[in-house]
Every structure is written in structure tokens, then in C-alpha cells.
Design a protein around this ligand. Structure first.
Ligand code: COA
Length: 160
């Protein structure tokens, strides 16, 4: 089956996956020499928006940033690698997980520093929500993340 016909049934997360690299410059840092949280949020938002838009081939808007975990600081001069991937789709909404890694260029050491979850909505020219292709989770991890999201939505519906 061609990628185009698969797209009409649904799309695998790997089709829209994004890897984005940034260099932390002095203007991106706080007085401790660590990357500012707000700057990182901006990069996370962009990486997630590209993944969402790639999935649905439409304009998208950020509906929510559900969580952003700062596990470790990132320092000036480090490289930041952002990996954004769809983990779930609804009718018009898409949930994206962004994992952030820092890389020290002098030592080559890399570590995961952050993890974020965001929801984007696909919109038409009048900024009204429009349907998106279904997500077809493929790997064990993708199926696990998809099911976890389904379960949490079903739980919140039952608790209403
Ligand atoms: C995004 C927007 C167009 C949605 O419009 P709306 O009238 O709220 O639409 P709906 O209530 O039908 O919700 C649309 C989808 O968002 C989901 N949604 C609504 N609130 C949500 C929330 N707090 N968290 C996660 N998803 C949410 C709904 O479940 C629905 O998903 P589904 O179609 O997959 O079931 C509108 O809220 C908006 O314009 N928000 C501002 C966006 C913005 O300016 N972002 C920053 C710049 S990009």
C-alpha cells in the first residue's frame, strides 16, 4: 500500500516525527548560565507544532501544554535536541510527546533533560477545528502510549 493510501486510513507516528536541534547561546540563559524555561517552552511548542501539522497536513494551534518536566538544567554552549512524536489523536486534536536531550559538545555526553506533553488542534482557514487522520501506533511503545491516553480519557469521562 502506498504512503498516500495509508494516509487516508490513518498514519503511523513515525511519518510525522520531528527532531530539532538548537544551540544554547548566552541570550537564552538565566543568571546561573542555564537555559531559560520560557525559551525551552518556545522550542518545544515549535517542534510539537511541526509534528502535528505534518500528521494532518493542516494549520494547527496549541490547545494545551499538559505538562513540562524539568529533570536537569541545560547549560550555555550545550546543544539541545528535541524529539517530538504524536502519541494519540482524537477527532480534531492531537497529543504530542516531546523529549528533550542536552549534548555537551566538549565531552559528547548526552542526557535527557525534559519531557513535555501538548495538545494541538487542526484548524481550517476560519480557525475552526477540522478532523485529523487517525494515528496508527506501530511499535510496542507507541501502542502502550496510545492505550494509556485512551484509558486516561475514558477515566476522566467516567468521573464527570
Ligand atoms: C483550539 C480551538 C480552535 C478549539 O476550539 P473549540 O471551540 O474549543 O473546539 P472544541 O471544543 O470542539 O475542541 C476541539 C478539540 O480540542 C480538545 N480540547 C478542548 N479543550 C482541551 C484541553 N483543555 N486540553 C486538551 N484538549 C482539549 C477537544 O476535546 C476537541 O478534541 P477532539 O475533536 O479530538 O475531540 C480554540 O480553543 C482556540 O482557538 N484556542 C486558542 C488557540 C491558540 O491561540 N493557541 C496559541 C497559539 S497557536
Amino acid at each position: 500500500m502506498s504512503e498516500k493510501s495509508i494516509g487516508s486510513l490513518g498514519k503511523k507516528p513515525s511519518i510525522s516525527e520531528v527532531e530539532m536541534t538548537e544551540l544554547v547561546l548566552p541570550n537564552d540563559a538565566n543568571i546561573l548560565g542555564n537555559l531559560l524555561g520560557g525559551r525551552l517552552m518556545h522550542w518545544i511548542d515549535i517542534a510539537a507544532a511541526i509534528a502535528a501539522s505534518r500528521h494532518c497536513n493542516k494549520a494547527v494551534v496549541t490547545r494545551a501544554m499538559e505538562s513540562l518536566d524539568f529533570k536537569k538544567p541545560v547549560h550555555v554552549g550545550d546543544i539541545v535536541i528535541l524529539k517530538a512524536k504524536l502519541i494519540w489523536t482524537g477527532r480534531t486534536s492531537m497529543k504530542i510527546m516531546v523529549k528533550v536531550f542536552s549534548e555537551n559538545l566538549k565531552t559528547g555526553q548526552t542526557m535527557q533533560t525534559n519531557e513535555a506533553f501538548l495538545t494541538f488542534v487542526a484548524v481550517d482557514d476560519n480557525a475552526k477545528p477540522v478532523p485529523v487522520p487517525a494515528l496508527l501506533p506501530d511499535t510496542v511503545e507507541e501502542i502502550f502510549m496510545f492505550q494509556k491516553q485512551e484509558d486516561s480519557i475514558n477515566d476522566s469521562r467516567m468521573n464527570r
